[in-house]
Ligand binder design. Structure first.
Ligand code: AMP
Ligand code: MG
Length: 347
């Protein structure tokens, strides 16, 4: 399987979705942000991004069935209170797809938008092909004006075979050491099984192959973790970092932009330890994990097992995710085990 056609479609879908998100983020108002029943935010851009990706995949891959596992659904948009929001999303999506010459004759109706969003209801699983989408990963970062990502991956018989991460606010140059960068932003990472990981600018520069850090001494490593304290236990990660002798302070940014940054060696370690009982969603890790593994890295759960994307919409993993290079992984796992034994109540 080459997956070339699928990768081209995924890059086009994520890039167009990212341009919709950029436009919305520039002029975001409080009325653009709603709160879902799980108390996480959703914006017109989350819905618009999901509708665009669904539309582009259907168009570009018209000769194959497209099963899509995606975060959002149209429930709130179908209510009377959602009418204005739906109109706004419809306008945004039509303006965005018009940027791409090949779709200039297409105009989507509000009903088309609802159908496109709801095509993301697939349950995934271990057989056949399933696209996995987080239309805006890191919506809290997006609302704050910080990092976020459009994350799209393809599963084939339960394994991730390609992934694309569009990170509109990530500097093209390294963000190692938390140094504020004056450089241009907007990165598109993509990886295909067996072919490595590449990064190009969202403006379309020529791709460069990226590789994870080859640091073998954890004292020289720096680590990334979520910006949101509620998403990962920072006491636990700082205890692990202490055991490893890590000197640099953690780099805290939102979304799978962390996986992108690790894939090009900005830092050597990504650690994420949600509270015990939190079940990760496959769309929060599918694209990011292949971007790191194809760049020579390793991604595992807290028990040291590879991530299993084949069990439906939720990831079947022990709570906790670590991404790093193969040299550092054994010492990190040892430090993780020791820290968890010392502080069993921390989770
Ligand atoms: P990050 O910015 O790395 O924390 O990743 C953002 C993702 O964290 C979101 O897309 C959510 O799906 C996920 N998330 C939401 N709530 C939690 C939680 N309580 N613990 C861990 N992750 C969460
Ligand atoms: Mg997410």
């Amino acid at each position: 399987m080459s997956y070339d056609k699928e990768l081209a479609a995924a890059k086009k879908a994520a890039s167009l979705a990212a341009s919709l998100c950029q436009k919305v983020q520039k002029a975001l108002s409080q009325s653009d942000v709603q709160w879902k029943s799980d108390k996480t935010p959703v914006t017109v851009a989350d819905y618009g991004s999901q509708a665009i990706v669904s539309f582009v995949l259907e168009r570009e891959l018209s000769d194959e069935p497209v099963s899509l596992v995606a975060e959002e659904d149209s429930g709130d948009l179908c209510k009377d209170s959602g009418k204005d929001t739906l109109q706004r999303i419809t306008k945004l999506v039509n303006e965005t797809i018009a940027i791409d010459g090949s779709y200039s004759a297409c105009t989507l109706s509000p009903e088309d938008i609802l159908t496109a969003i709801d095509s993301g209801k697939s349950e995934g699983g271990s057989f056949g092909r399933h696209w996995v989408l987080d239309p805006i990963d890191g919506t809290k970062g997006f609302v704050r004006g910080d990092q976020y990502a459009v994350a799209l991956a393809l599963l084939d018989n339960g394994k991730v075979v390609l992934g694309v991460l569009a990170c509109p606010n990530l500097p093209l140059a390294s963000i190692a050491g938390n140094v504020p960068s004056e450089n241009a932003v907007g990165c598109l990472f993509y990886a295909k099984v067996g072919s490595g990981t590449f990064m190009q600018s969202l403006d379309g520069s020529s791709p460069v192959k990226v590789h994870v850090s080859d640091i073998g001494n954890s004292e020289d490593a720096s680590f990334f973790e979520p910006f949101e304290k509620a998403h990962s236990l920072q006491d636990l990660t700082s205890s692990i970092a202490r055991k490893l002798g890590v000197k640099a302070p953690p780099v805290r940014i939102d979304s799978q932009a962390k996986y992108g940054a690790i894939s090009r060696g900005d830092g050597a370690i990504y650690m994420r330890f949600p509270r015990k009982g939190y079940r990760e969603r496959i769309w929060d890790h599918a694209a990011g994990s292949i971007v790191v593994t194809e760049a020579g890295g390793v991604v595992i759960d807290a028990a040291g097992r590879p991530l299993d994307f084949s069990k439906g919409r939720l990831l079947d993993s022990d709570t906790g995710i670590i991404a790093t290079n193969p040299k550092l992984m054994p010492s990190i796992l040892k430090a993780v085990r020791e820290s968890l034994e010392e502080k069993p109540s921390s989770r």
